[in-house]
Design a protein around this ligand. Structure first.
Ligand SMILES: Cc1cc2nc3c(=O)[nH]c(=O)nc-3n(C[C@H](O)[C@H](O)[C@H](O)COP(=O)(O)OP(=O)(O)OC[C@H]3O[C@@H](n4cnc5c(N)ncnc54)[C@H](O)[C@@H]3O)c2cc1C
Length: 300
């Protein structure tokens, strides 16, 4: 069977895309590996009407609503290969089980993964709780208590100037003070940011332990993590990428079509900035675009 559309990734972007395609009365299949980027957080914030809900519950609810449509198939699994069919007639996708699927259009909504800095014991396991990247998602909850920003490069200077909106802020330079230029230093001091040059020994529940033994008491540590594609499918298909501020971004047009005709991309993998609302809106655009391409495009 050839689906009208195959959506790889069944989270905020993918389920939003599939909903538009399903409501357009087309046959759509969603493949999802079940590892959304915000699964480390117990609550998601800022999403219209669902502020404070658990991310996995939000996704499960959206999936259940989608599966009310009889023209939807959902596969819990991992897509490992994707290619355009030689005839130009669509796309084939192979799952890790060996199952092969065919579709006229593809939507890549696979998301991204965060690459956290190594060498700071206690940091990785606090990701999504007290180690965070976005104060709009997780900031208000710290109730004005002291906050930290970890220096990872010039982007951290920008982040450290923003964070005082949520609480008194220390920029932890982790032994890399030489990377801070005079202009950045002046801007940070103007925003009331404290600068801590000492290298970090690790994170503890009360804050950040420095190698000289001092504890910097903070409620949360922010960092601008580097990101990578969660899946190699866009690369396999020959999609072009742009260099984003945090990592590569699949290049799309205003209708969320990639540089490969018939392949669309939505969500964190195909945009900056990132949040669940943007991802969902992106998915809606990709889904509606796929539907219209099925209606108005050349027969496939
Ligand atoms: C710690 C943390 C907390 C966050 N908190 C918030 C918040 O409070 N509010 C907010 O708005 N945003 C928040 N975000 C951002 C939010 O998580 C993302 O913007 C959003 O999840 C992006 O949605 P997406 O659908 O593009 O990708 P994702 O949600 O990452 O979903 C991608 C899906 O595709 C699947 N997948 C990947 N590759 C394959 C494959 N090859 N085959 C099958 N399936 C595949 C994955 O398993 C996953 O289920 C947070 C992010 C982090 C890291």
């Amino acid at each position: 069977m050839t689906f009208d559309a195959l959506v790889i990734g069944g989270s905020f972007a993918g389920l939003s895309a599939a909903m538009q395609i399903a409501r357009g009365r087309r046959r759509v299949c969603v493949v999802d590996a079940g590892a959304p980027r915000n699964r480390f957080a117990s609550a998601s914030h800022g999403f219209f009407g669902q502020d404070g809900e658990a991310p996995l519950a939000m996704i499960a609810n959206a999936r259940a609503k989608l599966l009310d449509y009889p023209n939807v198939r959902f596969i819990q699994g991992l897509a490992v290969g994707a290619a355009a069919e030689a005839s130009g007639g669509g796309f084939s996708v192979v799952l890790d089980t060996g199952e092969a699927l065919r579709a006229r259009k593809l939507v890549l909504a696979c998301g991204i993964v965060d690459r956290l800095p190594d060498g700071i014991p206690g940091l990785h396991e606090r990701w999504g709780r007290t180690v965070l990247h976005c104060p709009y998602c997780h900031g208000y909850e710290f109730d004005g208590r002291p906050l930290g920003v970890l220096w990872l490069g010039p982007m951290s200077a920008h982040q450290a100037q923003l964070i005082p909106e949520w609480g008194p802020t220390t920029l932890l330079l982790n032994g890399r003070e030489a990377e801070l230029d005079g202009e950045m230093r002046a801007q940070l001091l103007a925003r009331g940011v404290s600068l801590e040059p000492a290298p970090l020994a690790g994170m503890e529940d009360g804050g950040v332990r420095l190698r000289d033994g001092r504890l910097i008491e903070i409620a949360a540590l922010y960092l601008a993590s580097r990101t990578e594609m969660a899946s190699p499918l866009a690369e396999q298909l020959g999609c072009e990428f742009d260099a984003g501020p945090f990592g590569p971004v699949i290049r799309t047009d205003a209708f969320k079509q990639t540089t490969v005709a018939g392949v669309y991309a939505a969500g964190d993998a195909a945009r900056v900035p990132h949040n669940a609302t943007f991802a969902s809106a992106d998915g809606v655009m990709a889904g509606a675009s796929v539907h219209q391409a099925l209606v108005f495009g050349p027969p496939v």
